[in-house]
Write a protein that binds this ligand. Structure first.
Ligand SMILES: O=P(O)(O)OC[C@H]1O[C@H](OP(=O)(O)OP(=O)(O)O)[C@H](O)[C@@H]1O
Ligand SMILES: O=c1cc[nH]c(=O)[nH]1
Ligand SMILES: [Mg+2]
Length: 210
């Protein structure tokens, strides 16, 4: 597994506002979108491109265009939905599949309640979006789902991670082509499985309590 943790003052600044419990949902949503754009810059470093002939006003030259099939972006509902707009702004030709997952707050085990993904992912670059990597149960289950559909090239973008979650994904993905791009790695998980210091429940902060 390749691991990339953003080391950039703009990311840290935006994360600091995101963490603040007094930051309202409207600002929180805007910051999540901005952060994913910054992280996606790194996450898409190895996106497949193909050469293309172009004519500038001055000369003929060769550029690149995103190769087919286009990248598949997979937000994990709910909280991952907050990252989708930022990602597709950067990669407008990407296609989007969906995974709905919720973690049982007692057992900390995830269940999948929705899935809308292509049957065959063997030739797709997949980009999974979820702001929080806590125990790693949800992201591991999502990546496992993509593997079952034949995916061999998976990148996950998370805004915050706990060391426990990184270790869990690393165990699952041993020997596979998986990249983890993170905004920051926090200290630990508390007894309720929340990231410390973290930012609370990302889904609730984006969309309110349910
Ligand atoms: O690493 P884990 O321990 O699995 O925890 C992380 C998961 O928890 C949150 O989702 P949640 O279950 O709260 O659903 P929501 O997005 O609908 O709020 C978060 O968005 C991750 O999907
Ligand atoms: O800290 C955490 C852990 C899991 N899910 C969240 O939204 N936040
Ligand atoms: Mg939640």
């Amino acid at each position: 597994m390749r691991l990339h943790v953003a080391d950039h003052p703009l990311v840290t600044h935006k994360l600091s506002v995101l963490r603040n419990r007094d930051t309202p949902a409207v600002t929180f949503r805007a910051l999540v979108e901005e952060l994913v754009t910054l992280l996606a810059y790194e996450a898409t470093r190895n996106v497949h491109v193909t050469p293309v002939d172009i004519q500038t006003p001055v000369a003929a030259t060769t550029g690149v265009t995103l190769a087919d099939p286009k990248p598949l972006v997979v937000p994990i509902l709910r909280a991952g939905l907050g990252m989708l707009e930022g990602m597709v702004k950067l990669v407008p030709s990407a296609e989007v599949g969906f995974l709905g997952m919720v973690r049982n707050e007692e057992t900390l085990q995830p269940t999948t309640y929705a899935e809308r993904l292509p049957e065959d992912l063997s030739n797709r670059q997949c980009f999974v979006l979820d702001p929080m990597l806590a125990t790693g149960g949800s992201l591991s289950a999502a990546i496992e789902f993509l593997f079952q559909r034949g995916a061999v090239d998976v990148t996950a973008i998370c805004i915050l991670a706990a060391p426990e979650g990184i270790a869990a994904v690393e165990r699952l993905t041993e020997g596979r082509d998986v990249t983890l791009v993170l905004g920051a790695v926090d200290d630990h998980l508390n007894e309720h499985g929340y990231i410390v210091p973290g930012l609370g429940d990302a889904g609730d902060r984006l969309y309110g309590l349910v």
